[in-house]
Design a protein around this ligand. Structure first.
Ligand SMILES: Nc1ncnc2c1ncn2[C@@H]1O[C@H](COP(=O)(O)OP(=O)(O)O)[C@@H](O)[C@H]1O
Ligand SMILES: [Mg+2]
Length: 423
């Protein structure tokens, strides 16, 4: 029988370049293709989360089709043209198309020849970009995203969401400790945002009582910019800030799917590493949040309810993020005395993924930390659980290399012990 506690190296961000493509703004795009392969690439690109705001249509017909179409129709923000034409024939065709184009329309050519002279000539005539086949869906997303890179020129922050397979499995606790790990291990400003507006515990865990927080970010989206964000953040350390939840029940909360839209935008532009501590629920804004972020950590305890919910969440997330790494599974509260538990192997069989961390149940350690408003690393810096938070930080931040504190084999001694205690 295979060893249920065998540990495989955590997969580091699979396609880091794909993950760092900026979301495309609310534009219209029409593609005129010559090959079925290109139509498919455009349709797949349109389904990518980074194109969620763009309005995309793909047609056959290539350059001739486009000329025909735009004779009687207004041009969109972007025309994507696949063509086998080259040289003077292509230039003449484009001149004709230009006659029907609105001045603001950007034209991108997907060509079948790799020709530097042609490339230069096209750019000189105002074509936005020329890319040679073969072109896949992510190439399309990248090229369109690049067209708008100037408008969102600030550096692009990375967002990591923590969700739970059921309430109380420790997703918030792990999110807070991983935020701490990131802020101490990597030399980058980190913001922990508590999205559990009525019940969030981030302020308790960090022993903070800020007057403002995430509630202000969504009640005044028009005012939200870098200065305003700075004002509503509570500084925990030099590198770590908290966007706290109001944690009050004075009015019922029915959030809309796009209530956090401005916050995402401002965070992306101003915060290198953002941790989104999401509550256990399934709503329009939750689904939107799970499309917005670069990485998702799914925390589960080793029980049947978590296994079923984790499977459903995995499936839903994989479907809405086909071009991204699947969620990272973390098993928490493992080894609670006398409790019958599922194995990591059961999760592997159901989800097709290994946990990137398996964290033991430790009532004393977690209880002291949470009652004292401290992180585990503050009260027990050398504890093996701390190195697991470091592993999660490393995998999800996409920052290469092993974090300072974490040893590569950090999990192995713990897993050995766990095996022994299981008998
Ligand atoms: N590994 C663990 N061992 C013991 N207690 C834990 C562990 N992880 C979390 N806890 C405790 O479980 C409780 C619920 O944690 P929380 O992070 O609020 O869960 P969630 O956000 O998933 O609802 C907290 O009291 C926390 O201290
Ligand atoms: Mg929580």
């Amino acid at each position: 029988m295979s060893d249920p506690y065998s540990y495989e190296e955590p997969p580091v961000a699979q396609d880091a370049s794909a993950l760092m493509i900026r979301a495309v703004p609310r534009i219209s795009l029409q593609a005129f293709c010559e090959t079925a392969q290109m139509i498919e690439a455009v349709q797949e690109a349109a389904a990518d989360r980074r194109m969620a705001k763009a309005h995309v249509k793909a047609f056959p017909g290539g350059l001739a089709g486009a000329i025909d179409f735009f004779e009687s129709a207004p041009t969109p923000n972007v025309i994507l043209l696949e063509t086998r034409m080259a040289g003077e024939q292509l230039l003449a065709g484009l001149d004709e198309l230009a006659g029907h184009c609105d001045p603001g329309t950007k034209v991108v050519i997907i060509g079948h020849t790799n020709d530097v002279w042609l490339y230069r000539e096209l750019l000189r005539r105002g074509i936005s970009d020329y890319v040679a086949m073969p072109v896949d869906a992510m190439d399309v997303v990248r090229v369109i995203s690049d067209l708008y890179a100037d408008e969102t020129a600030a550096p692009l922050g990375r967002a990591i969401a923590f969700v739970s397979a059921r309430g109380g499995v420790g997703s918030s606790t792990i999110a807070h400790n991983v935020a701490w790990s990131m802020s101490t291990t990597f030399d980058a400003a980190t913001v922990l945002a508590d999205f559990d507006l009525p019940f969030g515990t981030a302020n308790l865990d960090f022993n903070q009582d800020p007057a403002q927080g995430i509630g202000d970010a969504i009640s005044q989206p028009d005012r939200l910019d870098d200065t305003f964000l700075d004002r509503i953040l509570a500084k925990c350390t030099d590198k770590l800030s908290l966007l706290a939840a109001p944690a009050t029940l004075d009015k019922p909360l029915d959030l809309h799917a796009d209530d956090f839209e401005k916050l995402y935008e401002v965070m992306r532009k101003n915060v290198p590493l953002a941790i989104y501590d999401l509550p256990h629920q399934w709503s329009g804004w939750m689904r939107r949040a799970l499309i917005e972020v670069d990485e998702i950590v799914l925390v589960a305890a080793p029980d049947l309810a978590c296994l079923r919910n984790a499977k459903n969440l995995f499936d839903a997330i994989r479907q809405s993020r086909p071009n991204d790494a699947p969620p990272r599974l973390v098993l928490n509260q493992v080894g609670l005395p006398k409790r019958p538990e599922l194995d990591p192997a059961d999760f592997r069989a159901a989800l097709g993924a290994d946990p990137i961390a398996v964290i033991p149940f430790d009532a004393e350690l977690f209880g002291s930390a949470s009652n004292g408003g401290q992180m585990i690393a503050e009260i027990a810096p050398r504890h093996e659980i701390v190195s697991q938070f470091d592993v999660i930080a490393q995998v999800t931040s996409g920052r290469g290399g092993v974090p300072r504190r974490a040893k590569k084999s950090a999990l192995i001694p713990f897993l050995d012990k766990l095996k022994l205690s299981k008998g």
